[in-house]
Design a protein around this ligand. Structure first.
Ligand code: ADP
Length: 810
């Protein structure tokens, strides 16, 4: 060391790369640069002191004045170790801060003139010093807790330092810091400045360390969790294997997941299903909850996702199949062919849903089966009769124990394809109560706009039902909700005449049943006369269902006979009773003679047309009107309308003007147990009343149907086909019909038309003219005779107890 003027001392310079040595701190490091080694040697020759200063940039090889910081540390070299690679390793101890005043960079070494920066004494009050020290100590403790291996010595030393400047130096030297930070501490000659700097640094470091810690923890946790789960799962597998129970929840869940992925659902649907599957892995396989999930997943996986059958729409072939399976029904077949033609051209069922409407047993179901067969689609029948609950259609949420998907999804499951033909049977019998409206759910199914994402409560994920071909059936249109009706195209199937029934039996039913019973044509011979008798005496129906059942019964008996050795069973009208028992239906015959007060109406019922006899008795009394025979409101109103009309026309009709005061009129419609309603019995009631009041008989072979107004006008009615075929069947000769129904008569079967005379009327007077028996005096205002009491008691007996029989509509 050389002492110059102005307290400048000269020392050899050792430039440090990336480290800062602070006063009172020891450090050891390796030195390699020539100038540095020369500086060390020079120092060793002198008083072993050397000036250590840090380079601003570690890459600089031969730093000039600007390349090193201004302040460094004068240090004493404590030890030198010559290394084999010509480097030396030295141990130094920092003594005090010094700032560079002169800088001389020689060839061998750099020498600097320094002014020593004496450590000022702490000029702080005790309390201030204490505050800084405590703050720093608190932070240091916090810092120490965040780094893994802080030596307890360091902690002890920190606690024992009572000077703020030394404390800052000591901490800076003992914690991991960038050289820049340490240099900041070195630069801070003022102890207060220094302690503030270290406090800031500690704050920052603590923040970084705790952030680092939490990131590290998160990463570590997730790795740990995965490893833990993996380990536990493997253990479970091993336990199940040991127990010999191959199917453990884990593999089961994995199997489900695999199957789910294979079905290529939409991402959000797949995610939801996979979540369900993963729940399984965490449950005991015998818990009820896992049973629920398993059933759910099985149900979902069993559905025919993406499975389609290939349509084979060859219109010629379809026609052949329909003709082969069904007699007649030309219009229906034609419309179906048209529908399929459009479907073939557009590749998807289009337009409105077909709705086959008609009485039972008329072939609605079987024609739908034939369509499915003809175009190679799977067929599923789903009955909507009695469905009252929306959940029946849409299913229950799977949170309910024992919940299931609704009938729609079930139908697809049964079909096993996304494009079956689904027959919704009896859509008119669907109910509606507090549990929700099944019709609204059906609307969604049948609506081509929205049925590509039908939602079932159980399934939760949408199901595309738009590829299915829907056909609905109904017995009548009255009870179908309007919005549903709007989505359907109605195809009406009308009752069969006896001749048609005979044809159907001969061509289809008998052959079908013979085959079904394992017989051949040589085993059985059913004579036409037998079939005719079945039609008239054993079955009274619009369709052929009971006829088919009767044939079935005969075939059953023939099968038994065959096994008991009888070669051929021959059935004719004569021995029919042996097979079917006594006829169940009394042969309805026309009355033997023309009667007073008894008029023949015609009614439409869900099983076809019926005769509707109306009896009227007028007895002495006080003008009461009594109606019996389970009549509905509309019929009662018709009766009142008829009476008012008769009162207003008493002159012309030659009835006693005062009859409404001194007569009680009793109107009765036999078969009292059967509820009846509808307006079309109006003219029949009026005719019966006039006949009774005038004591004029009604022609026994005339029947009628039509609504009456107060003015006596006759309004049109429905169900003409059924009503007229009943008239023909029962042997009537003349049918009186409203004029407005004249056009409809062309729709009626020619055979029926040929058997009947039709009289079209606009007014009740024309009805009376044609229905009442003309006689010499019956137009001359005959005085009403009292009716015998016995007649009244006979017609009053009614029974309203059983009302489940079909409603008769007039
Ligand atoms: P619906 O569905 O109208 O109540 P079904 O379709 O069940 O009636 O018909 C009852 C039985 O009558 C079936 O065996 C069917 O094949 C037969 N059937 C009905 N109409 C005809 C017909 N026109 N030709 C041949 N068989 C028929």
């Amino acid at each position: 060391m050389k002492q110059g003027q102005l307290n400048i001392v000269t020392y050899p310079l050792l430039a440090l790369r990336g480290i800062v040595v602070l006063p009172h701190m020891s450090a050891h490091f390796e030195v390699g640069r020539k100038k540095s080694i020369s500086a060390i040697r020079a120092a060793m020759k002198d008083d072993q002191r050397i000036f250590l200063v840090t380079q601003r940039d570690i890459k600089t090889d031969d730093p000039g004045r600007e390349d090193v910081y201004d302040i460094g540390t004068v240090a004493v070299i404590k030890q030198i170790l010559n290394l084999p690679n010509d480097n030396v390793r030295i141990l130094v101890e920092g003594l005090e801060r010094a700032s560079i005043e002169t800088f001389y960079s020689g060839r061998n070494m750099t020498t600097v003139g320094l002014s020593i920066l004496k450590e000022p004494s702490d000029e702080l009050k005790y309390s201030e010093t204490e505050a800084f020290i405590r703050e720093t100590f608190g932070l240091f403790e916090q810092y120490a807790s965040l780094i893994p291996r802080m030596s307890p010595d360091v902690l002890m030393n920190v606690m024992s330092i009572k000077s703020v400047g030394k404390l800052a130096d000591y901490i800076a030297a003992n914690i991991v810091l960038e050289a820049e930070d340490k240099q900041l501490i070195l630069n801070a000659v003022d102890p207060v400045e220094r302690i503030k700097t270290i406090i800031t640094i500690l704050y920052r470091e603590i923040e970084i360390l705790s952030l680092e810690g939490s990131i590290h923890k998160q990463v570590k946790d997730s790795i740990d969790k995965n490893q833990r789960e993996y380990y536990l799962r493997e253990q479970i597998k091993a336990i199940y294997n040991e127990l010999g129970e191959g199917d453990n929840p884990q593999t089961e869940a994995e199997n489900y997941a695999q199957k789910i992925k294979a079905l290529k659902f939409k991402p959000e649907e797949e995610e939801m299903l996979l979540k369900e599957a993963s729940k399984l892995s965490k449950m005991s396989s015998s818990s009820p909850e896992s049973g629920v999930i398993r059933t759910y997943l099985d149900t979902v996986l069993e559905l025919p996702w993406n499975k389609f059958t290939r349509d084979k729409i060859n219109l010629e072939k379809v026609k052949t199949v329909l003709d082969k399976d069904h007699y007649g029904l030309e219009k229906v077949k034609e419309r179906i062919i048209e529908y399929l033609a459009v479907m073939k051209l557009t590749n998807k069922p289009q337009g409105q849903i077909l709705c086959l409407v008609g009485p039972p047993g008329i072939g609605k179901t079987s024609i739908a089966t034939s369509i499915a067969k003809a175009i190679n689609r799977k067929f599923v029948r789903m009955s909507l009769g009695g469905v009252r609950d929306e959940a029946d259609i849409r299913g229950h949420r799977k949170t309910y124990i024992g919940s299931m998907p609704g009938r729609i999804i079930d139908a697809f499951k049964r079909a096993g394809s996304m494009n079956p033909l689904i027959l919704f049977d009896e859509i008119d019998k669907m109910g509606n109560d507090f549990r929700g409206d099944p019709a609204s759910a059906m609307l969604e199914v049948l609506d081509r706009e929205q049925n590509n994402s039908f939602r079932d409560h159980y399934l939760e994920i949408p199901f595309d039902v738009s590829h299915a071909l829907f056909i609905t059936t109904a017995n009548s249109l009255d009870t179908i909700p309007r919005p549903l009706l709007d989505r359907m195209e109605i195809i009406e199937l009308t009752s069969y005449t006896d001749t048609q029934k005979l044809q159907i039996a001969v061509r289809h039913l008998i052959t079908k049943q013979i085959k079904k019973h394992g017989l051949s044509k040589s085993d059985i011979d059913i004579d036409i006369s037998a079939i005719e008798r079945i039609i008239t005496e054993y079955t009274r129906e619009s369709g052929v269902r009971n006829l088919e059942r009767a044939v079935e019964k005969i075939c059953r008996k023939a099968a038994a006979a065959k096994l008991s050795g009888i070669k051929k069973s021959k059935i004719s009208a004569i021995n029919l009773e042996k097979y079917l028992g006594a006829p169940r239906i009394p042969i309805e015959k026309l009355a033997k003679s023309d009667e007073v007060g008894v008029a023949n109406g015609l009614a439409w019922t869900s099983v076809g047309g019926e005769a509707l006899k109306i009896e009227v008795a007028a007895v002495e009394g006080s003008g009461k009107i009594q109606l019996t025979g389970s009549l509905g409101d509309v019929m009662k109103e018709s009766a009142n309308a008829a009476i008012t009309y008769i009162r207003s026309k008493s002159d012309i009709l030659h009835v006693d003007k005062e009859f409404y005061k001194n007569r009680d009129i009793h109107i009765h419609v036999p078969e009292g147990a059967v509820p009846k309603d509808g307006p079309s019995a109006g003219i029949t009631m009026a005719t019966a009343i006039v006949s009774e009041l005038t004591q004029t008989p009604i022609k026994r072979d005339v029947c009628m149907t039509g609504e009456i107004t107060l003015r006596g006008n006759v309004l049109p009615i429905g169900g003409l086909n059924e009503k007229t075929s009943a008239a023909a069947r029962l042997g009537f000769k003349t049918v009186i019909l409203p004029e407005d129904n004249r056009a409809d008569i062309t729709e009626i079967d020619p055979e029926v038309r040929s058997k009947l005379d039709f009289i079209y009327v606009t007014n009740i007077s024309q009805v009376l003219e044609n229905a009442l028996v003309p006689s010499a005096d019956n137009n001359k205002g005959k005085i009403l005779k009292p009716v015998k009491d016995s007649a009244v008691s006979e017609i009053i007996s009614t029974d309203i107890s059983s009302i489940n029989r079909p409603v008769i509509k007039q």
